[in-house]
Design a binder for this molecule. Sequence first.
Ligand SMILES: Cc1ncc(COP(=O)(O)O)c(C=O)c1O
Length: 442
Amino acid sequence: MTEAELEYRRRSPRSRELAERARELMPGGTTRTTTYVDPYPIYIERGHGARVWDVDGVERLDLICNYSSMILGHAHPAIVAAIREQAARGTGFAATNPLEVELAGMLCDRVPSVERIRFCSSGTEATMFALRLARAFTGRPKTARCEGGYHGTHDFAEVSTHPDPELAGPASEPRPVADSSGTPAAAVAATVVLPFNDPAAAAAIVMRHAAELAAVIVEPIIGAGGVIPPEPGFLERLREVTSQHGILLIFDEIISLRVAYGGAQARYGVTPELTTMGKIIGGGLPVAAFGGRADVMELLLPGRQDSLPQGGTYNGNPLGMAAGLAGMRELTEPVYAELEGKGERLRSGLQQAFDSHDLAAQVNCAGSLLNIHFSSRPVRDYRSLAAADKELSREFFLAMMNEGVMFAPRLMAALPTCLTDADIDQVVESADQVAARLAQTA
Ligand SMILES: Cc1ncc(COP(=O)(O)O)c(C=O)c1O
């Protein structure tokens, strides 16, 4: 057992006890694979601003903020007030509500591609509906996605998210690989896989399958799969080739919406037909949405003979709409600019810390999203991500937890607006100390 793991265990006796109990109830003691930590996860009791406190009373800076959804940090007063007020007025009706119309209007105004929108409760549902809509609109059976991208947990999303490179074919010609033995073979057969950041190879594959492709779905910035920004020309080439062949382009902006007022599509100036959204649009509550070109979204019109139904007991629920509106109102253009500055301050500080100790590391960054990769070469697609050092990554994660800083276990960060420059400097200082220790043992 490493020193970092010993220290992690020393600081978390109550979490360990809870984990032992929880393991008897939930596999791994958690209900989310992404919150599982080896040897066991810590259990968090409360959060305020950029900080969280675990059941052992340990305070940490929270750099992942529920995988990017808590963009204003924890318990933001405007969101708390909105939730309180709405809770007292009712939390769910078998009817639409005025807040839903207001949030719909705000998102249609902000996101260039979104002329019409529908809400749902998770990003998984949003991508599932967007892909289904594309199949219904085009009458074509297959969809394409990028290797290493993440689009949630429905069957059609669970292909080539993190394939074993040995099974996934050549980098420029990736083969679809089921994420688990539970993925239906039909979903694998209906998926075409593209290499991210390789415009020529991706376009060639799209052209080859064009007649049967309903959509290309892509995260304009790969998020959970390592924060990989698009290189100039990649999104543009996807836009071009999909337009030429009547294929719908879907931007999965469930994470990337946070990089600009109008999302990554506004930042990079590429407009898809459909966009999926989640995380920040719900003020931290389970709210997601899909939207896009009016003529495509019109297929959801109830009463049409070929109408595509969209159920969902909690779709547009008033509590989520109230929290979402309160949160999105805070996110003005200057707030995004400030967040961008925080991302760059942390990126450059971390990179300097690693470089000064000759530790081979890449700090990928896009706006307020960051991911540390222990690798000597740039991480620009799934194959370069897969080659990074996972052991060092685990050590760094545990050591930073001991220093009072919480990244995602795979070292992703999604910075909240309330993170101060002093907080960032504290993270960099801790990273510098950890890097010095790791450099001695690496
Ligand atoms: C880009 C992207 N798409 C889809 C999803 C799935 O969203 P959810 O976890 O709300 O189902 C996520 C979640 O992290 C995501 O990052």
